[in-house]
Design a protein around this ligand. Sequence first.
Ligand SMILES: Cc1cc2nc3c(=O)[nH]c(=O)nc-3n(C[C@H](O)[C@H](O)[C@H](O)COP(=O)(O)O)c2cc1C
Length: 323
Amino acid sequence: MNFIKPLQIGTLKLKNNIAFSPLAGCTDLPYRRVVNLYRPALFFCEMVKMDALTRHDKGTYRILSYTHDMHPIGAQIVGSKPKLAREAAKIIEDLGFDIIDLNCGCPVDKVTKDCGGSGLLKQPNLIGEILSEMLSVVKIPVTCKIRVGWDDQNIVAPQVTRIAEEAGAKAIFVHGRTREQGYKGLANRQLIKACVDARKVMPVFGNGDIFDTESAKDMFVTTGCDGILISRGTLGAPWIASLIEAELSGGNFAHPIDDDFIKDLLEKHFAYSKSFNDDRKTLVDMRKVTTWSYKTRPQIAEFRDRVNEAKTLDQLTALINTR
Ligand SMILES: Cc1cc2nc3c(=O)[nH]c(=O)nc-3n(C[C@H](O)[C@H](O)[C@H](O)COP(=O)(O)O)c2cc1C
């Protein structure tokens, strides 16, 4: 069975059905420039707060920076005020994004205390209201990304799927964990399947625990989802969509994934990071990216400790070059 196929989200045509998630603190411009070398069907900037965007906060605009060769690219807003969402959606469309997503999954207290992120799962009808406001001002497709519920006693994902589709959302991304779960345990694929069963025609993307071809295939088989959304699996593996696409189509990924391959990508990431950040931020980010990148390579433990102790960019570069 061929799981990989082109997919349409409203008017947006995607070359295939593997997308990359927004990841706050990770999917910044340098990350996306590296990911873009392998061009996934769709990727997102990190989430931005709708109130900060409508205040024209400079840092928020910086999060939304992208290069002309990154289309199709999505932006995601977080918050719970329908009118602000409408204003924010218009700004996103005017910035040239191809798709806009409403975050209904962020578990952070600071966000949920104002009913934003997964806090919205406590008020499914408000999700419909916010989506309707967004849809009233933009032509680009509007989507929503959810967790399956606040906790096990309050599973709302199928209900939210119906509400979102009725409001006019063009796709839903379902992370199969509750807010209470955080990132613990496994994503519940039966609940993602329940969303597939609940929708009429809107594509459902399965999300959670996709780290390789086997787990990607399992997501398709167990849930019947139309597409997959990869999150932590992209960190240190910007090529993962190409690898999964090749392997699920019966082929092989074009490059052996060895230390030289990783080193080459890290050099590019370093350069992109330096051109976007100051040296301090580049060092902090590149320590993180370096350990992610070597996570599946042998003899990583001692190397990781030394990377985390690097005090300058030169020290970090030397460590990578002598590995
Ligand atoms: C560091 C980090 C940052 C995240 N930031 C976002 C975000 O900005 N927007 C969002 O919708 N989800 C965010 N998520 C959730 C992921 O997109 C995803 O739904 C979750 O990690 C489950 O997928 P996984 O098990 O494949 O990682 C974040 C997750 C992590 C670990």
